[in-house]
Design a protein. Structure first.
Length: 529
């Protein structure tokens, strides 16, 4: 595994391994746990990782062995109901109690020196936030890599199901802890059947053949779109308002959980908690692949500083972001760095201009047909299809409209959140609107930078005004490039199809095409003066 990456630090110790230890969960269920340790005399701090994805590849070499070689005890545990652990897996509902039970077990180990840190990506980030809701006194540092704290936000955007994320997460939770071969077979099966699943009428239960059986928690997720529903009560593990545990946050610009990371950072900073932020040119998965040398180095430096008293590896600034468009890193004191914004306005001839409109007249109309839904292309996803893509073929569709600025005579830098302020009317009263920021080069290649989706409810007579967050970015539009604003009625199967009627997309069997009209008093708001 070490040979797979260049730039990893030299190991300090040989590593040992104790597999299959049994830790009692909060209700006594046996949690199978592996212990990695440095083969050396002396006291070493402990890192806790609790995972629903098994304890084999890639977790064993990437976390168990690599961190043990650097001088840490590493406790890698399978969440209940996964990886051989007892009990039933119930997404997010047992992690706080089981994490505390594991720390109680650690206190009885002769090698535990009372200094604890946590580290890990994705759901392994969620279990860290769950433990931090009532942090044990031994917890001295956290490193949350491409991690979440709010399950509802993983599965929904403005109440619209993130369909592809839900299916990919259902696949991962069901199969990844069973080993590489079953996981790969299940991945191929879902890939072959994805279109059938995502276009089924009704959508409810259609995933069963593709995932090889029912997944009860996935059914529940897909049928509870409202964040205020009692189903989601207690799901969010947002501890940042009162947390005092130094926390490093790591994400990528095309990570499906990037927005949650930015929210975590904002809350930690406002709470006065020591924190830092790293944002790379990564997706949810590539952060742990081609981005791993950088991610590992940042994680190791934070853990050494706060668990071992060695701050020598810390960078001097709080924030480090990769700047798209110039392929360079920037060190910043905070995120976002400045509150200044600029607005760009669409024109009837398809241009973007800095000149504000004088009225709210209809600007352009396009038709969204759920029977031929506008396809999704790249962007922030959990799957391998995430990332920047050439949007030219997508933009040639009649259900996609674009507004493009003039060739730039000087570079334009954006650093911070991007927002769409839309004035929309429809002929059915119900629509989804997908908005995307693209960078168009001199050859006409249009590459997605960031995007977002919102629901629109309108009357025929009066347009509705809706603000759609388009995530955040750090990007340079180079001289000669153009800024493009792309709009459509959806991005399928990334998001579930809109029905055109307001009926639940999970249960609908009838879909109605929608005519969506954009009005002149709409704007694309970019961070930067």
């Amino acid at each position: 595994m070490r040979a797979s990456w260049r730039g990893l630090p030299a190991k300090r110790h040989e590593a040992g391994w104790e597999p299959g230890l049994v830790v009692p969960a909060a209700d006594g269920s046996p949690l199978l746990t592996d212990h990695y340790f440095p083969r050396a005399e002396g006291d070493f701090p402990t890192l806790l990782l609790r995972s629903p994805y098994g304890r084999g590849l890639p977790w064993s070499p990437m976390y168990g062995l690599l961190f043990a070689e650097q001088g840490f005890h590493v406790v890698l545990q399978s969440c209940r109901g996964t990886g051989g652990s007892g009990g039933a897996f119930d997404l997010w509902r047992n992690e706080e109690d089981d994490g505390r039970a594991t720390v109680s077990w650690l206190r009885e180990r002769p090698w535990f020196d009372g200094t604890l840190g946590t580290v890990g990506p994705s759901y392994l980030g969620y279990v860290q936030w769950a433990l931090a809701l009532d942090p044990p006194p031994e917890l001295k540092a956290m490193v949350v890599q491409v991690g979440l704290h709010d399950p509802h936000a993983l599965f929904y955007a403005d109440g619209v199901l993130r369909l592809e994320n839900a299916l990919v997460d259902g696949l991962g939770m069901t199969y990844q802890h069973r080993g590489i071969a079953p996981f790969l077979r299940a991945t191929l099966r879902l890939r072959r059947r994805l279109r059938d699943v995502t276009t089924a009428r009704p959508l409810r239960g259609a995933y069963v053949p593709a995932l090889g059986g029912e997944v009860p928690w996935l059914d529940e997720v897909m049928t509870h779109p409202d964040a205020r529903d009692a189903y989601w009560r207690g799901a969010s593990a947002q501890a940042a308002e009162r947390l005092r545990v130094p926390t490093r946050l790591i994400t990528g610009w095309y990570d499906a959980l990037a927005d949650q990371t930015f929210e975590q950072y904002d809350r930690l900073r406002r709470a006065g908690c020591e924190t830092s932020l790293l944002v790379g040119p990564w997706t949810h998965t590539s952060a742990l692949q081609r981005g791993w040398p950088e991610v590992f180095a940042e994680s190791l430096a934070w853990l050494r500083a706060h668990l071992c008293g060695d701050p020598s590896g810390l960078r001097p600034t709080t924030v480090r972001v990769h700047m798209g468009g110039e392929d360079a890193w920037r060190d910043l004191d905070d995120w976002p760095p400045a509150p200044a914004t600029t607005s760009w306005y669409p024109t009837p001839d398809g241009h973007l201009t800095r000149q504000a409109p004088t009225d709210s007249a209809p600007l352009t109309t396009f038709r969204y047909d759920p029977d031929d839904p506008t396809p999704s292309l790249g962007g922030p996803l959990l799957s391998r299809t995430a990332g920047p893509r050439d949007n030219r073929a997508l933009e040639s569709r009649t259900d996609v409209v674009t507004f493009t600025g003039p060739p730039l005579t000087e570079p334009v830098d954006i650093l911070g959140p991007v927002t769409a302020r839309l004035s929309i009317s429809t002929d059915t009263g119900h629509a989804h609107v997908f908005v995307r920021l693209c960078d168009v080069d001199q050859e006409g290649r249009s590459v997605n930078v960031c995007d977002g989706l919102g629901r629109v409810r309108t009357t025929v007579e009066t347009p509705s005004r809706v603000t759609v967050p388009m995530s955040a970015s750090a990007h340079r539009f180079a001289v000669g490039h153009r800024i493009r604003w792309q709009l459509s009625g959806g991005a399928h199967p990334r998001f579930v199809r809109g029905t055109g009627t307001g009926e639940s997309p999970v249960d609908a069997t009838t879909f109605v095409p929608v005519r969506i009209t954009l009005h002149a008093d709409s704007a694309l708001t970019l961070p930067g003066g």
